[in-house]
Design a protein around this ligand. Structure first.
Ligand SMILES: Cc1ncc(COP(=O)(O)O)c(C=O)c1O
Length: 453
């Protein structure tokens, strides 16, 4: 695919394939950013007539670089076959591409390949853990799985800031097992009240599920503190790493969490694929959830023995091309260098916050400082419904997300039913933030309210 020239931060034009030396620990230069943008064909299109697209909805789903699109295309064009079956060359090639992608994702997040289970998305990864624990609570999985079993009176701890994907599955698990759901509260600026770990987490806590970074406020969680408290009481930690992995260096072994959920489509990869990370000894002890073909060892009419992980959790035909695409995305980000990505996005986060703060009648929900936060900025515009905000911005080519962002309890806690969210990725430029800021100044005046500077 050959995208056309791309307007860039530095005002120059870059062509696809331009070789740049991306550094490991400094914000991207204008030249480097131009080369990154040239990798993303969609960013070159216009919307609403001839307006350049300003894509600030990367927390919902990221755009895809050519290497990801090409990896899927190449798989279907040259290697497509069912994996882990078949004795022919294509089956071998497909299996090797699928397993290599697993290695790439594993190495990207500091895990071993057999600790990565392919899932259809991050939601499915979290549900996999919840349903496996539910099965263990029913006695499935034998003695090895007993460590996961919940009984009435046990407790699961979440936070009030969770995406519904990391809340509802735990509510359901509690309903099925008689366990009780408890939660850590949030401050007025959306940061977690982690001091509550001392009181909310106790001897009955069997699992703590927390997001690494909020998809609403951008606040980053001090995971080490959560893990330390969990270890004191022998609880498992499930990390929702959807929003952190595309934007920060993440080392799951270093963090010491037990499980983590990853989302392919948020980390420059395809839709329809995600991954569950599980510590090897836990995956080995965990009973399966979805059963059928490809996850078994011996099947008789009476009983079935199950394959070792990760295959035990990958029943049926897998999303092979998407997994290959997710592997390509992990490699792309690793080659950019996550330290450089994080530093670039820290600059964008500061600019987004400044742009929102500069507009009268607009208020950030979430931390207003740049400490431990991502370039995800949600805000409310006094007197204007977020859907109307989104429409006025969209008319000017600016794509943002509006609504509750699958986090109703957090919005309730922060005293607003919904919000508008601008979220960035490695390809976001300061020029785009400036365009967003300028468009935001027009929203209240558009509805006859004061506010134009
Ligand atoms: C924090 C967080 N967790 C989980 C999810 C669900 O991810 P997926 O779409 O991969 O299921 C999202 C998606 O918006 C998210 O932002």
């Amino acid at each position: 695919m050959t995208p056309g020239p791309v307007e860039t931060l530095g005002g120059r034009h870059a062509q696809q394939g331009e070789v740049v030396g991306l550094r490991a620990s400094a914000p991207l230069t204008a030249t480097e950013l131009a080369a990154v943008r040239a990798d993303f064909p969609l960013l070159n299109r216009t919307v609403r007539g001839d307006r350049p697209l300003v894509y600030l909805d990367s927390a919902a789903t990221s755009q895809k670089p050519d290497v990801v699109i090409d990896a899927e295309l190449d798989f279907y064009t040259r290697h497509n076959a069912a994996v882990h079956r078949g004795a022919h060359q294509l089956a071998e090639e497909a299996t090797s591409a699928f397993e290599q992608a697993r290695e790439e994702v594993a190495s990207f997040v500091g895990a071993a390949p057999d600790e990565i289970v392919w899932t259809s998305n991050a939601t499915a990864a979290i549900n996999l853990v919840a349903y496996a624990i539910g099965n263990a609570s029913l006695g499935r999985g034998g003695a090895a799985a007993r460590r996961f079993a919940l009984v009435a009176g046990d407790e699961i701890v979440v936070t009030e800031a969770e995406h519904h994907a990391n809340l509802v599955p735990w509510q359901e698990l509690c309903a099925r097992t008689g366990a009780t759901l408890r939660w850590i509260g949030v401050e007025d600026d959306g940061r977690l009240r982690l001091e509550e770990l001392a009181t909310v987490v106790g001897e009955r806590t069997k699992l703590i599920a927390v997001s690494h970074a909020s998809n609403v406020t951008g606040a980053v969680t001090d995971v080490a503190r959560v893990v330390a408290r969990a270890r004191e009481v022998g609880a498992l930690v499930v990390l929702d790493a959807c929003q952190s992995v595309p934007h920060l260096p993440v080392d799951l072994h270093g963090l010491g969490v037990d499980f983590a959920a990853l989302s392919g489509h948020k980390m420059l990869g395809p839709t329809g694929v995600g991954a569950l990370y599980g510590r090897r000894e836990l995956l080995e002890a965990m009973p399966p959830v979805t059963t059928g073909g490809s996850m078994v060892e011996v099947v008789t009419m009476e009983a079935t023995s199950y394959a070792a992980p990760p295959q035990r959790f990958e029943a049926g035909s897998q999303m092979v091309a998407q997994a290959v695409g997710m592997g390509a995305a992990a490699r792309y980000l690793a080659e950019l260098g996550m330290a450089a990505v994080a530093e670039h996005e820290a600059v964008i986060a500061a600019a987004l916050l400044e742009a929102v703060a500069a507009v009268p009648g607009v208020r950030v929900i979430g931390p207003s400082d740049t400490r431990d936060r991502l370039a995800v900025v949600s805000f409310v515009v006094d007197g204007v419904h977020p859907h109307d905000v989104g429409q006025v911005l969209d008319d000017q080519g600016i794509a943002v997300r509006v609504g509750h962002h699958c986090a109703q309890p957090l919005h309730r806690r922060l005293g607003v039913p919904s919000s508008t969210r601008a979220s960035a990725s490695v390809y976001t430029t300061l020029d785009e933030v400036a365009a967003f800021g300028a468009a935001l100044t027009t929203v209240r005046p558009f509805f006859g309210l004061g506010g134009q500077q």
